[in-house]
Design a protein around this ligand. Sequence first.
Ligand code: ADP
Ligand code: ZN
Length: 229
Amino acid sequence: MTAIQNAGSLRLILFGPPGAGKGTQAQLLKERLEIDHISSGDLFRHHLSNGTELGELARGYMNRGDLVPDEVTIGMVLDRITTMPDGQGFMLDGFPRNTNQAKALDDALAQRGQRIDRVLHIKVADNELIRRLSNRYICRNCQKPFTRDPVSGDAPRRCDDCADGGDIYQRDDDTPDAVANRLTVYHAETAPVLDFYRESGILADIRGDSTVESVNRLALDALGLTSEV
Ligand code: ADP
Ligand code: ZN
């Protein structure tokens, strides 16, 4: 794989099953690389909380853990990417989630003379994903993920990253049925996208089952960027 030249213009995909830690790693990489974080799930949740037509359309699919139809999803994400300044790098999280989306992304970038530089695939076993998702809480304000206290079992109350202590909530689609369906959908529709990128030689697989810090180190290594610690 070729080395990354200019981190600030890096075009990256964070790939992996729900609960793999894409959001957590995105927060860390965003600070380090100074690139935009584009999460399709966050874009949908933003529409939901603003009560837009797109949000209303997406709601049922999201709560069941199904993919929102491509006709809606592709336009929403590509709009965001194609309106960015030319040299600005980005990190996609949650998109593409099927091969049709991957091809649409490739075509849209090719039209601008651009392409994806690297796909980071964070691998975690299903039983660990189920455990994580059922303990997951999120800041409503900045989307930072939290877990239940491992000793007391208490849910966190306030976000320590937000100045006014953002409100913490549990997602509607982190229920056992929706989680099981999201994993089924991941294996059936999303995992095949890996072959698409493996063929172009830009795929890097990293293990996502250790600590946040060590996964971050593996991610930076896979990008050819040494960690500063
Ligand atoms: P997860 O924790 O499952 O990765 P996300 O926050 O990425 O959750 O997405 C939440 C939901 O939003 C998905 O279950 C799906 O309904 C919808 N969604 C997000 N990204 C996409 C996409 N690229 N294509 C279709 N639906 C999507
Ligand atoms: Zn917060």
